[in-house]
Design a protein around this ligand. Structure first.
Ligand SMILES: [Zn+2]
Length: 604
């Protein structure tokens, strides 16, 4: 396997290489755009429209022509790193953009129109960066027919290369902040139909809060050790993703046999497990009941005045966490990869605060509901088009049975959700949209403003259309769940979703904080991964963490119609569980989950 960077920073600002001046990115004032990388030095960023592009392509050609590679892995393609979103005004970029769009590269001083920005960003992403990956992948395949894989950790970012996965065989998602978020990203990657790879331990960096320069990220030769590595690997195994160990550089300096280091020994056990059970683990597939529409367009384009870009992920991670904590498997997918065929596979489509949706995407969701699907949408969903141009009402207004009273949400302390059927008050998101019902919608909860002794109007409405149903929530309850793990919110979502999903659930695990399941099956085997993220990181991320076992977990797995169970095994611990079959379910109690366990049911 060959690692090839595609315009990774390499032009040291202290170098006197005269060619660099011709390869660099420049701002509108003609100053070079400079990046830090891992705290080592400062580099000029490279321009993909400059002659550097050919240099990179020819270097890749040299590798793939002259070396017997089985796989080509690419870091990038990059058009800038720290300054990626700073538009490049090099003479090459200006000339290329003039040729493509008949105008100059827009300024970022507020003078450009939204349309100018849309035109430029579309061009830079699709016609420059993604096109470069496409060109490289095609060239590789002409020279040597091997898989092409690249780094698309920025799949959910404003970066240029996110959509380049279309032209390769697979991609790397490096790391997330938590195991739950990592599993989400593995599954999101797989929803594109590509092979997914991940690093074990790349987020085990030093917690650098006190460092002045945050690009200095600590002890590369000794990443955080121990159980977090095992859990990280178990998450990748549960997702069915491939993985490699990120911290190999530390091993070069170990004076003793590397397996004498306890953390490496326990890490090796996870790789051994994946290898020994590779055939089984590759033979099973997840069976998601729900899809989670993930708002890549909203990340790219949404500009609302109450929108906090860094926290937008709390909505889609919150939807995922809620479904996981209710024991339902979901598959996150990208908004721009939505098709009617994909939706048809889901009992429920959860749309967490997808502000930016096109007319065609709204129509696809409507058709899904008419054909019998259930749509759960929240907050700003569909209030702008796919480029963030505001609509002033929901694009899905008719389907929701809701009409906006104000295009921006309100933030008020001490709001409660009053459930109409029970009168019960539970915490509401302090950021709510004001809307009124339209058509045949039924209000099932309203917002109670306790501090001002008033009701702010509907909070949750439901409506039937065709054979299906919508539930619209005019706030971000799922983000509140991600931020609080509040039990009354979880119970409220249960009351909304159990009637839709419970009858077809594939498995049931009693709720235990930190315990997360991932189900997969084949014709003859059911596999349930249990991941117990019960460590001691509560106040700060990235510190050393130890884990407590979760004891006596009651689990049920639904048997396919007409089948029974031959055997039940606990693959990770090797323990022999007591189990029985009752009413079409396999029932067992897992004595202990210390970070990881895999239940295997072989069908009769
Ligand atoms: Zn450029």
């Amino acid at each position: 396997m060959a690692y090839n960077p595609l315009n990774h920073p390499f032009m040291d600002v202290n170098s006197d290489n005269p060619e660099y001046r011709d390869w660099m990115r420049y701002d509108a004032q003609g100053r070079p755009l400079i990046t830090r990388h891992m705290g080592w030095t400062r580099f000029y960023e490279g321009c993909l429209n400059s002659p550097l592009r050919e240099q990179i392509r020819e270097r890749v050609r040299e590798v793939v022509t002259n070396y017997p590679v089985d796989l080509m892995y690419f870091d990038g393609p990059y058009e800038g790193m720290d300054q990626e979103m700073h538009f490049c005004h090099s003479k090459y970029c200006e000339a290329a953009y003039q040729k493509a769009r008949g105008k100059g590269v827009p300024l970022q001083d507020g003078s450009a129109t939204l349309q100018d920005l849309i035109d430029y960003r579309q061009w830079m992403a699709e016609d420059v960066v993604v096109a470069f990956m496409h060109e490289i992948a095609d060239m590789v395949r002409q020279v040597r027919d091997v898989p092409v894989v690249f780094n698309d950790t920025g799949l959910l970012s404003r970066g240029w290369r996110a959509r380049a996965f279309r032209y390769v065989d697979g991609f790397m998602f490096e790391a997330a902040d938590t195991p739950e978020q990592k599993l989400f990203n593995m599954r999101l990657g797989q929803s594109t139909g590509k092979v997914i790879w991940t690093y074990i331990s790349s987020h085990t960096e030093y917690n650098s809060e006190h460092l002045k320069d945050k690009s200095v990220r600590g002890w590369y030769s000794a990443p955080v050790e121990g159980e977090r590595l095992e859990l990280d690997a178990a998450v990748a195994t549960a997702a069915g993703a491939g993985y490699c160990y990120w911290g190999l550089n530390r091993l070069f300096y170990l004076p003793q046999d590397i397996l004498e280091a306890p953390s490496i020994r326990s890490l090796k056990a996870v790789f051994d497990f994946a290898q020994e059970n590779g055939r089984l683990l590759r033979s099973v597939s997840p069976r998601p009941q729900a899809g989670i529409l993930t708002g890549a367009q909203t990340i790219q384009w949404y500009q609302g005045s109450f929108f906090v870009p860094q926290a937008y992920r709390n909505y889609y991670y919150g939807a995922w966490q809620l479904l996981k904590d209710m024991g339902y498997d979901a598959e996150p997918f990208l908004d721009y990869e939505m098709t009617a065929e994909r939706l048809a596979g889901y009992k429920l489509v959860f749309v967490p605060n997808a502000a930016c949706l096109s007319e065609a995407q709204c129509a696809t969701l409507t058709t899904y509901v008419e054909a019998g699907g259930t749509l759960l949408a929240t907050h700003l969903t569909s209030i702008a088009d796919e480029f963030g141009r505001p609509r002033h009402d929901y694009g899905l207004s008719e389907l929701f049975g809701a009409s906006l009273k104000s295009p921006e949400p309100l933030e008020i302390p001490d709001l409660y959700l009053r459930v109409i059927s029970s009168g019960k008050l539970i915490p509401q998101d302090p950021q709510v949209l004001l809307f009124q019902t339209a058509g045949s919608a039924e209000v099932i909860a309203e917002t109670h403003d306790r501090g001002h002794r008033r009701t702010l109007g509907p909070a949750v409405v439901t409506r039937r259309q065709g054979k299906g149903r919508t539930i619209y929530i005019g706030s971000g309850l799922e983000a509140i769940y991600e931020e609080t793990l509040n039990a009354s919110l979880r119970e409220y979502f249960r009351s909304l979703l159990d009637p839709i999903l419970a009858s077809t659930r594939t498995h049931e695990v009693e709720f235990r904080p930190g315990l997360m399941s991932q189900f997969a099956s084949s014709q003859d085997t059911l596999v349930l991964h249990l991941l117990a993220n019960t460590g001691n990181i509560w106040k700060k991320l990235l510190v050393q963490e130890e884990f407590l076992p979760v004891k006596d977990v009651r689990v049920r797995l639904r048997l396919p119609q007409g089948r029974s169970a031959n055997s039940v095994a606990l693959m990770w611990s090797g323990a022999k569980p007591a189990w029985r079959v009752r009413d079409g379910w396999v029932e067992l109690t897992v004595p202990q989950v210390t970070m990881y366990e895999v239940i295997r049911v072989d069908l009769a």
